[in-house]
Write a protein that binds this ligand. Structure first.
Ligand code: SAH
Length: 505
């Protein structure tokens, strides 16, 4: 018999998962999850884990609660560990208590991993502390949607109304007119500040402050729906002063990242940190070569070269894989000069113990050549480990300058079979704000996968949306071949500069 873990997955921001929760998702045999738990967490699961969706959205239950309980018990009895993920905290309006009781009755061991509950986190992300010495000494969590089968209400509206507590309602948007009315009737000041926070802590977060007597109309006007938290009390007056999350420059903006998945994580994280809703759409796939015989020979003959020029992080990575494979290390670069085209490539070298002798100030081949010439590369033997298919400008210019160049493919880039469904849906819902291109092949492949006419149509309908951001002039030229101008292009041809260009909008 194994253990069932009742795990709180937090309110939505993937950073708000506990360390313990992450460890368990990574190790359990079965992951059972709900509608509100962020799906990104499923990526932590073992590739062979069984993943089961039992979510519910409003009244639309995928699996009734008793069936969920049965399922969990059955999995545990078969000897498999179960991570039962729930939105927020499992014991705060999450029916975690009921599931735990069932487990006890079935004789199944369980543990609870508390999570960050939406009733605290959503207000916090909207600049509302649920307690504050100037406003309240207590806070009360209330369901805004009682079990409809219950005969007698468990609410005592007069007590809520007359208490000085901050009132936090879950599942209450539909009943907001009733909630406001009962509180006013019970004696709460109609001018009490009330705030609604929808999709708290996520890129889609929206919030506003109103007063008890007009909040229902305001919520209707703004078309607020579930999932929202309703906060009633003086603390809501701090919203405008303390709101920090909604100030993020890219909050709620849909940004497409077209880089290969292997390379995209840094860019994805930075954009998400600025509030963007990131669509990962890897247009290229980085792939090892079928045979590394040529690379191996080149490594063994390395002492005969004068310079090695790395043009990408992938080049460094795949070159090193081979170096390790044959039992060598950074010492093979002993007498050589090493250049890195771009700061990320330079960092990849430094991580491997090589401090590059030359990193150009601008990161296109033409500028690199002039820098290398100044360092006396003419007449020297140069090795360039890189992708199988790449621009020929750098080797050609170096040859013209009198260098003896050997181009050494160490990996291949292939068209990735990314599914364009999410991108098309984002356009249908007017949610596509930026597309980022970090190389010419991401542009070419993007238009192999996504219909250019659909994008053109979308751009025409939304002049301030679907802005195309290119890392540099070469990428922008490729974009022009497909009939589009780059809307954004940073001064510096780097990923951080590209992000800054988006932020500066
Ligand atoms: N166990 C969960 C609550 C489940 S009840 C927790 O501790 O947070 C579901 C209700 O939670 C929703 O109707 C909504 O009121 C609230 N909720 C959950 N996630 C939310 C979010 N990201 N933003 C606003 N409200 C949220």
């Amino acid at each position: 018999m194994s253990t069932v873990y009742l795990i709180g997955a937090g309110p939505g921001d993937p950073g708000l998962l506990t360390v313990r929760a992450k460890q368990l998702i990574e190790t359990c045999d079965v992951v059972v999850y709900d509608y509100l738990a962020n799906k990104e967490f499923l990526e932590y699961a073992r590739p062979d884990a069984e993943i089961i969706y039992v979510g519910k959205k409003g009244g639309d239950h995928t699996l009734p609660q008793d069936k969920i309980n049965e399922l969990i018990v059955e999995k545990a009895r078969s000897g498999r560990s179960v991570a039962r993920l729930k939105g927020g905290d499992p014991f705060v309006f999450g029916r975690g208590g009921e599931e735990a009781e069932e487990l006890v009755e079935a004789g199944v061991d369980f543990e609870v991993v508390p999570g960050i509950t939406a009733g605290v986190a959503a207000p916090a992300y909207a600049g509302i502390p649920v307690t504050h010495r100037d406003h309240t000494t207590s806070v009360c969590f209330i369901t805004g949607h009682e079990d409809p089968t219950k005969e007698q209400s468990g609410h005592n509206w007069d007590v809520y109304a007359q208490s000085t507590s901050t009132l936090v309602f879950y599942m209450g948007v539909k009943n907001l007119p009733m909630i406001a009315e009962k509180l006013i009737k019970g004696g709460r000041d109609p001018k009490t500040p009330v705030s609604l926070v929808r999709w708290g802590t996520r890129a889609e977060q929206q919030s506003f402050v109103s007063t008890l007597d007009s909040v229902a109309a305001e919520a209707e006007r703004r078309r607020f729906a579930a999932p929202s938290i309703i906060v009633v009390g003086g603390v809501c007056s701090l919203h405008d002063k303390l709101a920090w999350f909604e100030k993020r420059s890219l909050l709620g903006k849909g940004v497409v990242v077209t880089r290969a998945r292997e390379q995209a994580s840094g860019l994805v994280r930075t954009l998400a940190d600025h509030g963007a809703h990131v669509y990962e759409f890897p247009t290229i796939r980085i792939q090892p070569l079928d045979s590394y015989e040529v690379v191996e020979n080149a490594i063994l003959r390395l002492p005969m070269q004068d310079w090695v020029i790395f043009t990408s992080v992938n080049g460094v990575r795949h070159f090193w894989n081979q170096l390790r494979e044959i039992g060598l290390d950074a010492r093979v670069f002993g007498g050589l000069q090493v250049a890195a085209i771009g700061p990320a490539t330079a960092d990849a070298l430094r991580e491997r113990g090589i401090n590059p002798d030359f990193v150009p100030e601008k990161y296109v081949a033409e500028h690199v050549v002039s820098g290398l010439l100044e360092r006396g590369i003419a007449g020297k033997k140069v090795l360039i480990p890189r992708a199988k298919v790449a621009r020929e400008v750098l080797p050609e210019e170096l040859v013209k300058a009198g260098a003896e160049v050997q181009v050494l493919p160490v990996y291949e880039t292939m068209l990735s079979q990314a599914d364009d469904a999410e991108i098309l849906q984002a356009m249908d819902q007017d949610k596509l704000d930026y597309v980022t291109f970090t190389s010419s092949s991401t542009v070419d492949n993007f238009f192999t996968l996504v219909d250019a006419d659909r994008l053109r149509e979308y751009k025409a309908a939304h002049p301030d949306k679907a802005k195309l951001a290119c890392i540099g002039p070469i990428t922008a030229q490729t974009l022009q071949k497909h009939g589009f101008d780059a809307d954004l292009q940073p001064e510096d041809y780097t990923i951080p500069a590209l992000v800054n260009a988006l932020l500066g909008e």
